[in-house]
Design a protein. Sequence first.
Lengths: 206, 205
Amino acid sequence: MELSISAYNDTDKLLRGFYAYISEFYGDPLTVYFARSEEGESAADQDVYEAEAEKLLDDYGNSILRLAYSYLHNMSDAEDVLQDTLIQYLKAAPDFENAAHEKNWMMRVAGNISKNRLKYNRVRHSDELSDELTADGREDLSFVWEAVKSLPVMYREVIHLYYYEGYPTAEIAAILKEKDSTVRSHLSRGREKLREILKEAYDFGQ
Amino acid sequence: MGSKYGDIMDKVEVTAEMRRRIIRNIENYDFQRRALLQSNVRKRRYAALAGCLVLVLFAAIAIPKFMAQNTGVTDNGGTPVTTFSSINELSQSVGFTVKDINYLPFKVSKTKYADNDGMAEITYKDSGKNNAVYRISKGNEDNSGDYTDYGSTVKTDIDGSTVTLKGDDGTFALGIWNEGKLSYSIALSKGINKAGWQKMIESIR
């Protein structure tokens, strides 16, 4: 029997080609073969993801949704941002020292996703909150909301995190990846602009 | 705090319906992480199967001239295509970092990672006829292999790169760009608009 390098190479090519051919039509045979045995593991993983997602929604759902809404002024877009943030979290599975770090991470991701949407004008132009406030006869709130909405994004995000979420400026700086001095400056200018617009209705404090 | 602003924001809440939608979408999301978590288990299994394949190879060598004169099915005239179960394995094989596209204009049901003679090739398919072929290779040549004479070609800046989009009737089926010393291309079975391309390329993480 004559065994040569050439025969070996040709055999190798033949098998590789056959493998690629089978893969093209039926999927990678190894993957298909192992898929069945991994079904149980996948189902278990999926349960873990769902349980994690439920917990994240309980813990941070409203905060993320509100932050996204403060950027986008649209509930559908804010919901998308919330969902994308949860997916990013579940994909990255980051480790945190404590719950505060975890929340900061999620707020940063949600903020970045929201700003990306704003940057590329993919936001839907409706504002359920304005409609709701007007329908409730809350003109005072509607006035405040319109004033906040009119601020540039860099002021708006700081105002939201400082006044609504109660973060100190140093933590806002960490979330937004900005300098503390920049955050304080944006906060001050944001307040100034709100004071100009709202006049006696201004209630954001010093 | 701004109490009125607080009153306003309190109205923005995760509703039960919203919660159901999000959980359902997450249930249907194909997490790459799952593949990573299982890669170690898979590697052990693959090693065992690789042993069997070696035996098969040597058995095949023992068949003399028949094998040497095969009319075998090779691709690209014998250029080896090696498939992998994860993007990390593909990155190791091609020698540069490959990242997944996280947004595609269809629901991905199958992903194939392949090293096509040094070029990374990821094929995403849905359960129907939609697919996307994402290629990354060294150099600055168009690696798409798509020579269709499209009616429209535009250049647009996405994520810091100038992307050439090609298509017809307001939609684009092919996008090619360079970044550093690498060439990238995405070929879609069905064209999408410019905003869709922007979202898709930005999702490469």
